[in-house]
Design a protein around this ligand. Structure first.
Ligand SMILES: *Cc1c(COP(=O)(O)O)cnc(C)c1O
Length: 373
């Protein structure tokens, strides 16, 4: 029995390994490891790819969110509406700038936040909204921007799982006031280490992010704000330049894998398959099904049975953020955000990466059929 991991970067390295080796050696020989032309070239290429005028790279997707919030002057006393069904970084950074995350429930079909609830949660304290294009599926940005504009709110897109995804023909990250990207290795565009970027059409905001990522200075040793050290390494930028050329192909392969899962799994009645909303183009960072909770902890039993058959599935996410120890003080009650709670009990992400072969996928599917029986 072969085993199937949730993601596998080794096939990708076989394809582009020699290009990566060469690019890394060039940076090493150049002696320029921080800043410089390699960083600027990648920033220009990534801005062009997303379809915006400005890109500023930084150390991680988490830092991209933090720097975006700081640049928009969001801080103590401010409320920021977001989803509780996401990776901790989305809310953690809101807290890190001193603001308060306000969690609204999710749409059970998309796992993204419910826009009726976003609108209903707006108060005079609300300063911004952070949509997450979770698992690669875009939020309805037309409606979200209309809500934000009507209430004069900033929109910070968390695009960590959605590099290359589109809403209404535009790449996510170019639609809100600022888009935040992660180059963590398993994201759609991944570095060989940590990395992140912000994208915006606002040159002033980009300049503020640049200043904050470099100790709050614009030049020399004159510091006008409390900044941080959050730079992308030139080695990572060189690697990302190579990988960016393949991103559309890899996203297309992810779409093919998702289509085939859809075909093969749709006859199984007690699964709910992910739903792609009209107007969006999903890039399938994850293919996340629901194992309907006909009995307690059924999903966990299915996950274990899959593992016994050599298939590693993942749970993104087992605890919604309003249930996390760090957010107990916000006082959310059990049952207040029922769809996020239910998703946490039912979701199961199947192996998903561009190079997943049909043979491997067949093994996932028959193992899943067995595991459900
Ligand atoms: C990965 C991720 C982040 C954080 O990115 P890092 O580069 O790991 O810091 C933020 N939000 C979401 C939704 C993510 O998946």
């Amino acid at each position: 029995m072969t085993t199937i991991p949730p993601f596998d970067l080794s096939e990708q390295f076989k394809l582009i390994g020699s290009d990566i080796n060469q690019a890394v050696l060039e940076v090493l020989a150049s002696g320029r490891y921080i800043g410089g032309a390699t960083i600027e070239n990648f920033e220009n290429q990534f801005a062009t790819y997303i379809g915006a005028s400005e890109c500023v790279t930084c150390n991680s997707g988490t830092d991209a969110l933090y720097l975006a919030l700081r640049s928009l002057k969001i801080g103590a006393g401010d409320h920021v509406i977001t989803s509780p069904f996401t990776f901790i970084a989305t809310a953690e950074t809101i807290s890190a700038v001193g603001a308060t995350p306000v969690f609204v429930d999710i749409d059970p079909r998309t796992f993204n936040f419910n826009l009726d609830q976003v609108e209903a949660a707006i108060t005079p304290q609300t300063k911004a909204i952070v949509p997450i294009h979770l698992f690669g599926q875009p939020v309805d940005m037309t409606r979200l921007m209309a809500i934000a504009t009507a209430h004069n709110l900033a929109v910070i897109e968390d695009c960590a799982q959605a590099t290359g995804a589109e809403w209404a023909g535009q790449k996510v990250g170019s639609i809100g006031h600022v888009g935040c990207f992660s180059f963590y290795p398993t994201k759609n565009l991944g570095a060989c280490g940590d990395g992140g970027a912000i994208i915006t059409n606002d040159p002033e905001l980009a300049a503020t992010v640049k200043m904050l990522r470099d100790h709050g200075r614009r030049s020399g040793y004159y510091h006008e704000e409390h900044g941080v050290n959050s730079r992308l390494d030139a080695i990572q930028a060189a690697i990302l330049q190579i990988k960016l050329r393949y991103l559309d192909t890899w996203n297309e392969q992810r779409r093919r894998v998702a289509d085939r899962y859809h075909q093969l799994l749709s006859p199984l009645s007690d699964l709910v398959l992910p739903h792609e909303i009209a107007g969006g183009r999903c890039v399938w960072n994850q293919y996340t099904i629901r194992v309907t909770e006909t009995e307690a902890e059924r999903r966990d039993a299915v996950k274990r049975a899959l593992q016994e058959r050599g298939v590693t599935s993942m749970i993104y996410y087992p605890y919604p953020l309003h249930q996390q120890p760090i957010y107990q003080s916000l006082g959310y009650q059990l049952g207040q955000l029922p769809e996020a709670d239910r998703a946490a009990r039912e979701v199961l992400s199947l192996p998903m990466f561009p190079e997943l072969s049909e043979l491997q996928q067949d093994q996932v599917v028959y193992s899943l059929k067995d595991s459900l029986a």
